[in-house]
Design a binder for this molecule. Structure first.
Ligand code: DGL
Length: 274
């Protein structure tokens, strides 16, 4: 079974990508709705909450756990990976998004948008800096410095959850957030939040055709295929009966309603105490 963990229902954008690509796997999705949103919390609190939720998924017998939440990936992935030491395998969403951005960026001008927590953590900057230089795909010898421009967008999560997507207010707020990134002439923009794929079309339209927009949800799933190739034993261990369980630590009705919108299908949600 694969466990997918998020602060709430946003991680269903990651689940949706998984279901498209690997419909036969058994999945358990856990959203910590009782403590959502994670974005405004301190690093210490996100770490403590993530540990508790991951412990729960490990007890359920997950062989692979995906930390779908960017904020939890930024603040707590290393800690949970160190605790479990590969048993089970625990992966986040930041490294896959960084790799996709790095590969596709033409000039190394990369923007990142996310919650306050993600931007404050500097996790995307750190991962991008590891690459140091960007080899332009057109000229293997051309080295370009990677420059990262980050922007916290704290108003987007509540707007998206309320379903206020194609509203003039949302467009105005979005335009304000994206303006500094447009002015910096970024050629690639990472959507470093579970929720932003719901605004991806609008964001891509505003950024214009010279900017590639990368969803961390999609990148996380794209990265798993080579991972499975490199780790065939893990692939064998994951049960494949097409099972799905949706668990939340609070408000199952709200979770089912909004989560259903994120996933694009009706879901049954169970409340769990962890
Ligand atoms: N899941 C969070 C993320 O991707 C967004 C919602 C929240 O702040 O909890 O960072």
């Amino acid at each position: 079974m694969i466990g997918i963990f998020d602060s709430g229902f946003g991680g269903l954008t990651v689940m949706k990508e998984y279901l498209k690509k690997y419909p036969d796997f058994d999945y358990v999705y856990l959203g910590d709705q009782a403590n959502a949103p994670y974005g405004p919390h301190s690093r210490e609190r996100v770490e403590a909450l993530t540990l508790k939720n991951i412990d729960y998924l490990v007890k359920q017998g997950c062989k692979l756990i995906i930390v779908a939440c960017n904020t939890a990936s930024a603040d707590a992935l290393r800690v949970v990976q160190q605790k479990y030491k590969g048993k089970p395998v625990i992966l986040g969403v930041i490294v896959p998004a960084v790799e996709a951005a790095f590969k596709q960026s033409r000039f190394g001008n990369i923007g990142v948008i996310g919650t306050r927590g993600v931007i404050k953590s500097g996790a995307y900057e750190r991962e991008l800096a590891k690459y140091g230089v960007l080899y332009a795909p057109t000229d293997k010898r051309a080295r370009k410095e990677v420059k990262v421009y980050s922007q916290a967008c704290p108003l987007l999560v509540p707007l998206i959850e309320e379903g206020i997507l194609s509203h003039p207010a949302t467009r105005m707020i979005l335009r304000n957030y994206l303006r500094p990134l447009k002015n910096a002439n970024i050629d690639t923009l990472i959507l470093g939040c579970t929720h932003y794929p719901l605004l991806q079309k609008e964001i891509a339209r505003m950024m214009g055709k010279n900017c590639i927009v990368i969803s961390s949800a999609k990148a996380a799933v794209d990265a798993i295929e080579p991972y499975f190739k490199a780790h065939p034993d893990l692939l064998k261990k994951i049960s494949k009966k097409g099972g799905r369980q949706y668990l939340t630590t609070d408000c199952p009705e709200r979770f089912a309603e909004i989560g259903g919108r994120f996933l694009g299908e009706k879901i049954e949600v169970e409340k769990v105490d962890i």
